[in-house]
Write a protein of this length. Structure first.
Length: 191
């Protein structure tokens, strides 16, 4: 059994559920990519972003914050003309500005984001209606990122990031995807 949202005929969406969503993700560039994609997803269906992910990677230099931080107004205009990505000026400018902030973070992006990982649940949730959209931890993460100068990243987007990067396990009871709770090699944090 898959989670209801992953039980689809769309191969891309099903593969994302089965092999990526909810798996621990670490590393500055990988987490910067997810932070950007979750922000671009705001107000849209995730499948829209997933289908455009390779185009986003090309347009944003593989989500290398060192390169993106050097983007200028000409790059913003180039991205605004790129129909293969979501052309939202505020989101594009946030992705560029956020790259600049990430380069100066102390602690680094990985450590900062994962510091908000909540205590593991003792068991998986039973229904999609039990899955929260916002938690105290996602609210705290969004507030701290905003304080540090990151834009276009509220509590709901923060929780989606937590789900996607394995900070929380929101695969439902009965989903065949292995829980990090049962993987002794997992770096899934408990505190």
């Amino acid at each position: 059994m898959r989670c209801p949202w992953g039980a689809t005929d769309d191969d891309l969406y099903r593969a994302y559920h089965d092999t990526e969503w909810g798996r621990e993700l670490h590393g500055r560039d990988a987490l910067y990519e997810r932070l950007c994609l979750e922000a671009f997803q705001s107000g849209l269906a995730w499948i829209t972003i997933l289908r455009k992910r390779e185009n986003f990677r090309r347009a944003f230099a593989g989500f290398d914050p060192t390169i993106v931080a050097a983007f200028d107004s000409a790059d913003t205009e180039r991205l605004m003309q790129d129909s293969s990505i979501v052309r939202n000026r505020a989101k594009i400018e946030a992705a560029i500005g956020n790259a600049r902030v990430i380069l100066d973070l102390d602690p680094d992006l990985d450590s900062l984001l994962w510091s908000f990982a909540p205590t593991r649940r003792p068991k998986r949730l039973d229904s999609i209606s039990d899955v929260p959209a916002v938690t105290a931890e996602s609210t705290a993460m969004a507030k701290e990122l905003k304080r540090r100068g990151l834009r276009f990243f509220g509590p709901t987007t923060a929780y989606a990031l937590m789900q996607a990067t394995g900070m929380v396990d929101d695969h439902l009871t009965g989903c065949w995807v292995k829980s990090p709770n049962t993987d002794s090699s997992s770096r899934y944090r408990s505190r």
